[in-house]
Design a protein around this ligand. Structure first.
Ligand code: AMP
Ligand code: ZN
Length: 466
């Protein structure tokens, strides 16, 4: 597979660090609100990346964090007069509701910043010890110019970064481009003990700490929206590479932005939509289809028309699926005819074309086009004479194999079931944390009865259907 690497600005053949395994870290949401339709783009696109790697036989470790402490979370908590935990937990729950609706699978691990303060303090301490960071009045800053590669991802000369940083400079920083790793506590704000006094982490450091903890010093792919290239990802690289003396990520993938009616989405323009709003108007699946109907590196325009087109296109796929399900039960008996066997064998070309498209930097737009070609071919094949039930079943399997990679036409039952199992696992974790082992065992048994096997790993609980 070829991936466009934002670091080298070239399409490169993907080579994993460990054969057969891919380690992906994808920057997740700040949980202070429902996520918006722009945020949905990276979540959907990189969910497909993961599914495609699995389809081609890789084991994927996919980490997507929750930023559960920052100014926005704190402000929201203050506005409502509740704790920051209450805001974060509420919107993590809402994240899973929308993600499930959109067919975004739960990551292998969804770490939270506040559950990794120890790892954050450890990396900040390392950076201080190595001279890459310095403390001023309980704040810790990263000495950007000390890191030789600063600016290598965004490709910006240091002078440009410097002039951008000169606005509203904090006098206590040695250099305007230095950035905060740790922030001294302000009165009334949540804080944690640290070698620099009470405080909380800056935003960039959490991803360096969690990527290292859950995936190791060097990861295969780091992904996120293009707006994160600078400063967020640039700073992650500086932090991780200086602390670990190892390359941080071998491939960087960035999705382009989603615009609304050809304008940037913003609250002040009044064109800001949450996924919850959009799903209320069009349903979840058309949103997913729409996102995948363009290449992830092309800007995409959200409009009523584009969502209606997505609905219409999906209707064609669902109609074909319903028809094949009907024929699978009501088609001719006696198995495949020789012509039918031949026809099914010929469908292999669609699979190959789909793989060619997806291998080319995850070209989901072309992938979708191939699915439609296959559906057209299937529709005309079953329209001739009396197809056998076996033939209908085989045709459906060919279509579903490709739709599964894109997370389209998924049965709601299955998604609901997965969410229910994950909720039970979370409940069991909570029981164990509270040392309520009887309850934890009861939940494990309940899952076992439902054919779910749990495996406790250092990275968290994994589950599979037995
Ligand atoms: P945030 O919660 O703001 O950190 O954003 C979560 C993810 O959404 C990040 O990967 C952002 O780059 C991405 N993102 C935010 N706005 C948009 C947009 N309008 N289009 C595409 N991606 C976006
Ligand atoms: Zn990040």
């Amino acid at each position: 597979m070829k991936i466009f690497n934002s670091m080298t600005r070239k399409k490169e053949e993907f080579k994993p660090i460990t054969p057969g395994e891919v380690k992906i870290y994808s920057c997740g949401p700040t949980v202070y609100n429902f996520f918006h339709i722009g945020n949905a783009r990276p979540f959907i696109v990189f969910d497909v990346l993961r599914r495609y790697f699995e389809f081609t036989g890789y084991t994927v470790k996919f980490v997507q964090n929750f930023t559960d402490i920052d100014d926005k979370v704190i402000n929201r908590a203050n506005e409502e007069g509740v704790s920051f935990e209450e805001i974060a937990n509420r919107y993590i729950k809402e994240y899973f509701t929308d993600a499930q609706g959109l067919g975004i699978r739960a990551a292998t691990i969804h770490p939270k910043a506040t559950e990794n303060i120890d790892a954050i303090i450890e990396i900040v301490s390392t950076l201080v010890e190595k001279g890459y960071a310095y403390e001023v009045d309980g704040d810790v800053y990263y000495r950007a110019k000390k890191f030789k590669g600063y600016g290598k991802l965004s490709g910006q000369p240091l002078e440009d970064l410097e002039s951008g940083a000169r606005i509203g400079v904090d006098e206590r920083k040695e250099d305007p481009i230095d950035f905060a790793l740790w922030k001294a506590a302000k009165p009334g704000e949540p804080s944690w003990d640290s070698p620099w006094g009470k405080g909380r982490p800056g935003w960039h450091i959490e991803c360096s700490a969690m990527a290292n903890r859950y995936l190791g010093k060097t990861i295969d792919i780091h992904s996120g929206g293009v707006d994160l290239t600078f400063p967020h990802h640039e700073n992650e690289i500086a932090q991780s590479e200086a602390a670990n003396d190892a390359p941080f990520a071998n491939y960087w993938m960035h999705n382009a932005f989603l615009n609304i009616d050809n304008r940037k989405m913003s609250k002040s323009l009044g064109n800001f939509f949450t996924v919850r709003d959009a799903a209320g108007a069009y349903g979840y699946e058309p949103i997913r289809f729409f996102m995948l109907s363009a290449h992830y590196r092309s800007p995409i325009n959200y409009s009523q028309e584009s969502l209606e087109q997505a609905q219409a296109a999906l209707l064609r796929l669902h109609t074909a699926k319903d028809n094949l399900e009907f024929l699978s039960k009501n088609g001719a008996e006696g198995g495949l005819t020789p012509e039918e066997s031949e026809k099914i064998a010929s469908f292999a070309t669609y699979r190959e074309k789909f793989i060619t498209a997806m291998d080319d930097d995850l070209n989901t737009a072309d992938g979708i086009a191939v699915i439609f070609e296959l559906v057209r071919d299937v529709n005309s094949s079953v329209a001739e004479g009396t197809p056998s039930a076996e033939f209908a079943k085989a045709c459906l399997a060919k279509i579903m194999e490709l739709c599964d990679v894109l997370g389209l036409l998924q049965s709601d039952d299955e998604a609901d079931l997965d969410a229910e199992i994950e909720a039970l696992i979370e409940k069991r974790q909570a029981a164990r944390k509270n040392r309520d082992f009887a309850e934890a065992d009861r939940i494990r048994d309940e899952l076992k009865e439902r054919g779910i096997v749990l495996e406790d790993t250092p990275q968290g609980v994994k589950w599979r259907k037995a």
